[in-house]
Design a protein around this ligand. Sequence first.
Ligand SMILES: Nc1ncnc2c1ncn2[C@@H]1O[C@H](COP(=O)(O)OP(=O)(O)OP(=O)(O)O)[C@@H](O)[C@H]1O
Length: 534
Amino acid sequence: MSAARLYEITRTFLHYGLDEFVPRHKQPWPAKLLRQSAFWLRNQHPEKPLGLRLRLALQALGPVWIKFGQMLSTRRDLLPEDIATELAYLQDQVAPFAGDEAQALIEQALGLTHIDEVFGDFSATPLASASIAQVHTATLELDGHRKDVVIKVIRPNISKQIHADLALMERFARLLANLFSEGKRLRPVEVVREYRKTLLDELDLLREAANAIQLRRNFTDSEALYIPEVYSDYSRQNVLVMERIYGIPVSDTDALLAQGTNMKLLAERGVEVFFTQVFRDSFFHADMHPGNIFVSRQDPHNPQYIGIDCGIVGTLNREDKRYLAENFIAFFNRDYRQVAQLHVDSGWVPADTNVEEFEFAIRTVCEPIFNKPLAEISFGHVLVNLFNTARRFNMQVQPQLVLLQKTLLYVEGLGRQLYPQLDLWKTAKPFLENWVQEQVGPWAVMKKFYANLPFWAEKMPEIPDLIYHSLKRPPVAVNPTTPPIAGKALLLGMLAASSLLGTLISYLAGDLQAASVCGVVSVALFYAAWRKCP
Ligand SMILES: Nc1ncnc2c1ncn2[C@@H]1O[C@H](COP(=O)(O)OP(=O)(O)OP(=O)(O)O)[C@@H](O)[C@H]1O
């Protein structure tokens, strides 16, 4: 870790007067002493508001800090509104690196003597250049067809710089948490750790490739979303080759209107795609900023999204989905008691939480949201408020839920920008209700039953033996007072075993209906046999 970089960061923070984030009377004496000893580093921009100064300081410190600011701008649960809004203006403007350097990196990664061995028309001028990677265009000969492709290349030597800056950032976070009591509320160490993971993941393009392949598979034949094909044979950790797309950037509303796009359908499809990813696939694109979303030019009346940059994805487990679906439904029924009770019953907050107090806290932050018509309510803001309240009652909000909440805010913003009258609740409700329905009721039991069938099938051959041995075993071996197994229990047990055999045979024969009937009968018989056992 370079001392010069540490000094540069400290100087930048103090030149922009960022120490004012903590009012002087709240600063502990070591912090005051440190500030005074750096007397030559005065605030040089006192006339500017604090949010703007923070933005300028991050901009001056380079890509790692700019991206950090961009990430913070979405944490409206942690930062005041004005600061978060200011950070959203952070622009990732970095000069591109030379085309021949990109070419050399591609040749080295793919073990080529010259790029022409694989790619045609490689353009030395990048199509786009960002802080971590740069994108070039080329063509690729595949199965006798010439395909237009883009090649994303990680900037040379960026990994070292990122690691060094992240280490310093962690050090500052610890300082903030230790020196200021107010600092702890912002959970700086946790926030930086989360950022570190996201940023380091972005350095591995094979991860991005795998995510894109998975998303593409999830949306095969979908009318709503298209994910460009990744050419894995030509992709490495620092090089990603994929199909080039020619869609309209989703932020270019004029172009979308000019081609007669059905904006209402497009907006609804955005919400639909998001909820499908969350509730059907448990795997969602979590970097949905407008630069990563395009709209196909092909059928404007039946508009299809094109998603790129799958570097950041979120995954959810059943428990997370249950949390979301049940809370949203209870929320939109304005049943705060149910929301509070759900948190306690599921162990999301400690069992000794005062439900009335929790309910009251949720009501206080959420009731104002419902002053608006249902169609205008933001799911994202509902979640921000819910998480903030739940944290106060000691719930550990899982990072994947925070990622989801941030993505939801993007999706809503996008939908409303495309079609301001978008009724989010109407579009989302069927997804939530279907999911909850699928988790309870006979179908859910059947599904679990099917899921267990292979296990039972494996154990099946052992069952006759087990029955035989358990019947043969003299009852005195367990307890001299235990009476022998009753004849009825034996009969029921044998019938149950036969039904289980029937289940297995039907399952292997592919007759799932017969398998489930036999399965249910066998479970019932086993239960009856067990009840008859003395
Ligand atoms: N498959 C593609 N077809 C056409 N253009 C593409 C494709 N992939 C990327 N681009 C262009 O390159 C730009 C940057 O790509 P991408 O977002 O994947 O890179 P990034 O380094 O992760 O950028 P950022 O940090 O802004 O998310 C895109 O905004 C788009 O203009």
